[in-house]
Design a protein around this ligand. Structure first.
Ligand code: E4P
Length: 219
C-alpha cells in the first residue's frame, strides 16, 4: 500500500518529502483554508514541485459537471502531476467520465459505500477515496465499507485504485493495508505516530549505553 500525506501545509509537505516513504499528496478545501494562504494556485504548484513525480490531488468546488470539468482542465495547466479531486455525486461522475476521456487523472472523494465506489469506478476514476474516520464518527465501523469496496472492485478489471482517506490513527492505516487498499492518505501527525514503538526507543537507548560502556573498557 502506498502512503500519501494528507495536508496542504508546505512545512508538513517538505517534512513528508524528506522521509523517503511518502509517494503522493492529497489536499481538500478545508486543508487549504487551514494554511491561511489565499494563493491556492501557488501553494499547489509548490506542492507539485516538492513532489514532482507524485500524484497531488486538488479539489473542484463547482456544483455542476460543466464547472467541475472547466476547473479540472484548468488545474492540469498548473502542473503535470495534478489529480482532479471530485466529490461523489451525479454531476461529479459525469465530470469524472469526461475528464477521463480527456486523459486527465481524477480522485473521487467522499465515498462511503460499495455502491458509490462501483459508480466511481465505472466513470473511470483513477483514485476512489473511501472515508474511514468520518464513518467511525457517526458510530459505524469505518473500515467495513472500505474492505467491502476493495473486495467488490477486486472482482473486476477496473483501473481505479482504492485510497483510504479520513485516517485518524495508526490502526486505521494498518487495517486499510490489511483490507488491501492501494493507497492510504495520512495526516502528518499520524505518519509520525506510525514510527513509534516503546521497545524500539528503549532498545536504541540500551544499545547506545552498552556500546559506550564497552568503548570505555577498550580505550
Ligand atoms: C483526503 O483526501 C480527505 O479529504 C481527508 O482525508 C478527509 O479527512 P477528514 O475526515 O479528517 O477531514
Amino acid at each position: 500500500m502506498k502512503l500519501f500525506v494528507d495536508t496542504a501545509d508546505l512545512n508538513e509537505i517538505r517534512e513528508a518529502a524528506s522521509l523517503g516513504v511518502i509517494s503522493g499528496v492529497t489536499t481538500n478545501p478545508t486543508l487549504l483554508a487551514k494554511t491561511g494562504n489565499g494563493n491556492v494556485k501557488a501553494t499547489i504548484q509548490e506542492i507539485c514541485q516538492i513532489f514532482p513525480n507524485a500524484p497531488v490531488s486538488m479539489e473542484v468546488i463547482s456544483d455542476d459537471a460543466e464547472g467541475m470539468i472547466r476547473e479540472g482542465v484548468d488545474f492540469t495547466t498548473w502542473a503535470s502531476n495534478i489529480y482532479v479531486k471530485i466529490p461523489f455525486g451525479v454531476e461529479g461522475m459525469k465530470a469524472v467520465s469526461a475528464l477521463t476521456a480527456k486523459g486527465i487523472k481524477t480522485n473521487v472523494t467522499l465515498v462511503f459505500s460499495p455502491a458509490q465506489a462501483l459508480l466511481a469506478a465505472s466513470a473511470g476514476a483513477s483514485f476512489i477515496s473511501t472515508f474511514v474516520g468520518r464513518l467511525d464518527d457517526i458510530g459505524h465501523d469505518g473500515l467495513t465499507a472500505t474492505a467491502e469496496i476493495v473486495e467488490l472492485l477486486g472482482n473486476y478489471d477496473f483501473n481505479s485504485e482504492v485510497l483510504a482517506a479520513s485516517i485518524r490513527h495508526p490502526l486505521h492505516v494498518v487495517q486499510a493495508a490489511q483490507a488491501g487498499c492501494d493507497i492510504a492518505t495520512i495526516p502528518m501527525k499520524v505518519i509520525k505516530q506510525l514510527y513509534k514503538h516503546p521497545l524500539t526507543e528503549s532498545g536504541i537507548a540500551s544499545f547506545k549505553k552498552d556500546w559506550e560502556a564497552f568503548n570505555t573498557v577498550i580505550v
